[in-house]
Design a protein around this ligand. Sequence first.
Ligand code: C5P
Length: 233
Amino acid sequence: MKDTGPRLLVALDYKDSAQCLSLVEQLNPADCRLKIGKELFTACGPSIVESVQKLGFDVFLDLKFHDIPNTVAGAVSSAAALGVWMVNVHALGGQRMMEAAREALQQSRQAPLLIAVTVLTSMDDADLRGLGIEDSAEQLVARLAQLAKTSGMDGVVSSAMEVAGMKQALGSAFLSITPGIRPASAEKDDQRRVVTPEQAMANGSDYIVVGRPITQAENPAQACAAIASSIRI
Ligand code: C5P
Protein backbone atom coordinates (compact mmCIF):
# COMPACT_ATOMS: atom_id res chain seq x y z
CA MET A 1 0.00 0.00 0.00
CA LYS A 2 1.35 3.41 -0.90
CA ASP A 3 2.59 5.44 2.05
CA THR A 4 0.97 8.86 2.05
CA GLY A 5 2.74 10.00 5.24
CA PRO A 6 5.71 12.37 5.53
CA ARG A 7 8.97 11.39 3.83
CA LEU A 8 11.07 13.51 6.18
CA LEU A 9 12.50 11.71 9.26
CA VAL A 10 13.92 14.04 11.92
CA ALA A 11 16.84 12.54 13.86
CA LEU A 12 16.37 13.19 17.58
CA ASP A 13 20.00 12.99 18.70
CA TYR A 14 19.46 14.09 22.31
CA LYS A 15 20.55 12.84 25.72
CA ASP A 16 17.49 13.82 27.72
CA SER A 17 13.78 13.80 27.25
CA ALA A 18 13.10 17.42 28.29
CA GLN A 19 15.32 18.83 25.54
CA CYS A 20 13.98 16.34 23.06
CA LEU A 21 10.32 17.03 23.85
CA SER A 22 10.75 20.78 23.75
CA LEU A 23 11.94 20.37 20.14
CA VAL A 24 9.28 17.82 19.22
CA GLU A 25 6.48 20.04 20.55
CA GLN A 26 7.45 22.62 17.92
CA LEU A 27 7.16 20.15 15.04
CA ASN A 28 4.13 19.09 13.05
CA PRO A 29 3.37 15.37 12.53
CA ALA A 30 2.04 16.25 9.08
CA ASP A 31 5.55 17.39 8.12
CA CYS A 32 7.78 14.68 9.58
CA ARG A 33 8.29 11.40 11.37
CA LEU A 34 10.90 11.01 14.12
CA LYS A 35 14.03 8.87 14.37
CA ILE A 36 15.04 7.74 17.86
CA GLY A 37 18.53 6.27 18.09
CA LYS A 38 20.77 4.64 20.65
CA GLU A 39 21.72 7.80 22.57
CA LEU A 40 18.18 8.93 23.34
CA PHE A 41 16.71 5.45 23.77
CA THR A 42 19.49 4.33 26.13
CA ALA A 43 19.06 7.49 28.20
CA CYS A 44 15.26 7.59 28.32
CA GLY A 45 13.96 4.13 27.44
CA PRO A 46 10.64 3.25 25.79
CA SER A 47 8.82 6.11 27.53
CA ILE A 48 10.32 8.60 25.07
CA VAL A 49 8.84 6.60 22.20
CA GLU A 50 5.42 6.69 23.85
CA SER A 51 5.71 10.41 24.59
CA VAL A 52 6.33 11.39 20.97
CA GLN A 53 3.73 8.92 19.70
CA LYS A 54 1.19 10.63 21.98
CA LEU A 55 2.05 13.87 20.20
CA GLY A 56 1.01 12.20 16.95
CA PHE A 57 4.37 11.20 15.46
CA ASP A 58 5.41 7.92 13.83
CA VAL A 59 8.71 6.59 15.18
CA PHE A 60 11.67 5.02 13.39
CA LEU A 61 13.46 3.12 16.17
CA ASP A 62 17.05 3.23 14.92
CA LEU A 63 18.73 0.71 17.25
CA LYS A 64 20.47 -1.31 14.50
CA PHE A 65 20.00 -4.70 16.15
CA HIS A 66 22.86 -7.18 15.56
CA ASP A 67 22.90 -10.38 17.62
CA ILE A 68 22.03 -14.06 17.36
CA PRO A 69 18.79 -14.68 15.40
CA ASN A 70 16.69 -15.54 18.47
CA THR A 71 17.71 -12.35 20.30
CA VAL A 72 17.11 -10.10 17.31
CA ALA A 73 13.73 -11.74 16.73
CA GLY A 74 12.83 -10.89 20.33
CA ALA A 75 14.14 -7.33 20.00
CA VAL A 76 12.12 -6.53 16.88
CA SER A 77 9.02 -8.05 18.51
CA SER A 78 9.52 -5.72 21.46
CA ALA A 79 9.84 -2.82 19.02
CA ALA A 80 6.62 -3.89 17.31
CA ALA A 81 4.87 -4.04 20.70
CA LEU A 82 5.90 -0.41 21.23
CA GLY A 83 4.00 0.43 18.07
CA VAL A 84 6.95 1.87 16.16
CA TRP A 85 6.57 2.52 12.44
CA MET A 86 10.07 1.41 11.39
CA VAL A 87 12.88 -0.57 13.00
CA ASN A 88 16.29 -1.70 11.75
CA VAL A 89 18.93 -4.41 12.01
CA HIS A 90 22.50 -4.84 10.73
CA ALA A 91 22.65 -6.86 7.51
CA LEU A 92 26.04 -8.12 8.74
CA GLY A 93 24.09 -10.24 11.23
CA GLY A 94 23.43 -12.46 8.21
CA GLN A 95 20.52 -14.04 6.41
CA ARG A 96 19.32 -16.27 9.25
CA MET A 97 19.25 -13.31 11.63
CA MET A 98 17.29 -11.13 9.19
CA GLU A 99 14.87 -13.98 8.40
CA ALA A 100 14.27 -14.56 12.11
CA ALA A 101 13.46 -10.86 12.50
CA ARG A 102 11.04 -10.99 9.56
CA GLU A 103 9.39 -14.12 10.89
CA ALA A 104 8.99 -12.59 14.36
CA LEU A 105 7.17 -9.61 12.87
CA GLN A 106 4.75 -11.85 10.99
CA GLN A 107 3.11 -12.52 14.34
CA SER A 108 2.60 -8.79 15.10
CA ARG A 109 -0.72 -7.12 14.65
CA GLN A 110 0.88 -4.05 13.11
CA ALA A 111 4.36 -4.90 11.90
CA PRO A 112 6.82 -2.03 11.57
CA LEU A 113 8.81 -1.64 8.36
CA LEU A 114 11.97 -3.71 8.74
CA ILE A 115 15.10 -2.05 7.37
CA ALA A 116 18.72 -3.19 7.17
CA VAL A 117 21.91 -1.20 7.61
CA THR A 118 24.55 -2.42 5.14
CA VAL A 119 28.00 -0.94 5.86
CA LEU A 120 28.33 1.95 8.30
CA THR A 121 29.38 5.05 6.35
CA SER A 122 32.10 5.61 8.96
CA MET A 123 33.91 2.53 7.58
CA ASP A 124 36.19 2.61 4.56
CA ASP A 125 38.02 -0.09 2.60
CA ALA A 126 40.96 -0.06 5.05
CA ASP A 127 38.61 -0.64 8.01
CA LEU A 128 37.10 -3.60 6.16
CA ARG A 129 40.54 -5.08 5.46
CA GLY A 130 41.22 -4.76 9.21
CA LEU A 131 38.21 -7.05 9.69
CA GLY A 132 39.57 -9.53 7.14
CA ILE A 133 37.06 -8.43 4.47
CA GLU A 134 38.65 -8.06 1.04
CA ASP A 135 35.60 -6.54 -0.71
CA SER A 136 35.55 -2.77 -1.11
CA ALA A 137 32.91 -0.91 0.93
CA GLU A 138 31.00 -0.36 -2.30
CA GLN A 139 31.03 -4.07 -3.20
CA LEU A 140 30.01 -5.03 0.31
CA VAL A 141 27.13 -2.52 0.34
CA ALA A 142 25.80 -4.03 -2.91
CA ARG A 143 26.20 -7.59 -1.62
CA LEU A 144 24.50 -6.84 1.73
CA ALA A 145 21.66 -4.89 0.12
CA GLN A 146 20.95 -7.92 -2.10
CA LEU A 147 21.14 -10.22 0.95
CA ALA A 148 18.77 -7.92 2.85
CA LYS A 149 16.25 -8.15 0.03
CA THR A 150 16.57 -11.93 -0.20
CA SER A 151 16.07 -12.14 3.57
CA GLY A 152 12.78 -10.28 3.42
CA MET A 153 13.81 -6.80 4.54
CA ASP A 154 11.67 -3.88 3.33
CA GLY A 155 14.68 -1.75 2.40
CA VAL A 156 18.08 -0.45 3.41
CA VAL A 157 19.71 2.67 4.80
CA SER A 158 22.04 4.08 2.15
CA SER A 159 23.70 7.22 0.90
CA ALA A 160 21.44 9.31 -1.34
CA MET A 161 24.27 9.13 -3.87
CA GLU A 162 23.86 5.36 -4.18
CA VAL A 163 20.07 5.16 -4.41
CA ALA A 164 19.72 5.15 -8.18
CA GLY A 165 22.07 2.18 -8.60
CA MET A 166 20.47 0.34 -5.74
CA LYS A 167 16.96 0.79 -7.11
CA GLN A 168 18.16 -0.41 -10.50
CA ALA A 169 19.64 -3.55 -8.98
CA LEU A 170 16.91 -4.33 -6.44
CA GLY A 171 13.76 -2.73 -7.84
CA SER A 172 11.95 0.49 -6.96
CA ALA A 173 9.74 -1.11 -4.28
CA PHE A 174 12.78 -1.90 -2.11
CA LEU A 175 12.86 1.12 0.21
CA SER A 176 15.76 3.45 0.57
CA ILE A 177 16.28 5.57 3.68
CA THR A 178 18.96 8.20 3.24
CA PRO A 179 20.82 10.27 5.86
CA GLY A 180 23.58 12.77 5.04
CA ILE A 181 21.04 15.32 3.82
CA ARG A 182 21.68 19.06 3.88
CA PRO A 183 19.56 21.86 2.40
CA ALA A 184 21.75 23.98 0.11
CA SER A 185 21.81 26.78 2.70
CA ALA A 186 22.75 24.62 5.74
CA GLU A 187 26.09 23.80 7.40
CA LYS A 188 27.52 20.37 6.54
CA ASP A 189 28.54 19.69 10.20
CA ASP A 190 30.56 16.44 10.24
CA GLN A 191 28.80 14.99 7.18
CA ARG A 192 31.06 14.78 4.13
CA ARG A 193 29.14 13.61 1.07
CA VAL A 194 25.89 15.53 1.46
CA VAL A 195 22.90 15.69 -0.86
CA THR A 196 20.06 18.23 -0.81
CA PRO A 197 16.54 17.02 0.12
CA GLU A 198 15.27 17.67 -3.40
CA GLN A 199 18.18 15.83 -5.03
CA ALA A 200 17.81 12.86 -2.67
CA MET A 201 14.15 12.50 -3.66
CA ALA A 202 14.99 12.96 -7.35
CA ASN A 203 17.56 10.15 -6.98
CA GLY A 204 14.78 7.89 -5.72
CA SER A 205 15.05 8.08 -1.91
CA ASP A 206 11.86 7.03 -0.17
CA TYR A 207 12.68 8.72 3.16
CA ILE A 208 15.32 11.29 4.06
CA VAL A 209 16.87 11.57 7.53
CA VAL A 210 17.69 15.10 8.69
CA GLY A 211 19.01 15.97 12.14
CA ARG A 212 20.95 19.13 12.96
CA PRO A 213 19.65 21.34 10.13
CA ILE A 214 16.32 21.10 12.01
CA THR A 215 17.23 20.37 15.64
CA GLN A 216 19.89 23.11 15.80
CA ALA A 217 18.01 25.65 13.65
CA GLU A 218 17.06 29.01 15.14
CA ASN A 219 13.49 28.19 14.20
CA PRO A 220 13.14 24.39 14.05
CA ALA A 221 9.45 24.49 13.11
CA GLN A 222 10.18 26.68 10.12
CA ALA A 223 13.24 24.64 9.07
CA CYS A 224 11.23 21.42 9.26
CA ALA A 225 8.25 22.83 7.36
CA ALA A 226 10.53 24.24 4.67
CA ILE A 227 12.27 20.90 4.05
CA ALA A 228 8.94 19.04 4.17
CA SER A 229 7.42 21.31 1.56
CA SER A 230 10.52 21.10 -0.66
CA ILE A 231 10.03 17.34 -1.01
CA ARG A 232 6.24 17.04 -0.94
CA ILE A 233 5.05 14.79 -3.78
O1 C5P B 1 22.44 15.82 12.14
P1 C5P B 1 22.45 14.93 10.93
O2 C5P B 1 21.46 15.33 9.86
O3 C5P B 1 23.85 14.73 10.39
O4 C5P B 1 21.94 13.52 11.50
C1 C5P B 1 21.87 12.40 10.69
C2 C5P B 1 21.36 11.23 11.46
O5 C5P B 1 21.46 10.07 10.62
C3 C5P B 1 22.13 10.89 12.73
O6 C5P B 1 21.20 10.33 13.66
C4 C5P B 1 23.13 9.86 12.26
O7 C5P B 1 23.52 8.97 13.28
C5 C5P B 1 22.32 9.12 11.20
N1 C5P B 1 23.12 8.45 10.19
C6 C5P B 1 24.03 9.09 9.37
N2 C5P B 1 24.73 8.39 8.42
C7 C5P B 1 24.52 7.09 8.27
C8 C5P B 1 23.59 6.43 9.06
C9 C5P B 1 22.89 7.14 10.03
O8 C5P B 1 24.22 10.28 9.49
N3 C5P B 1 25.15 6.44 7.31
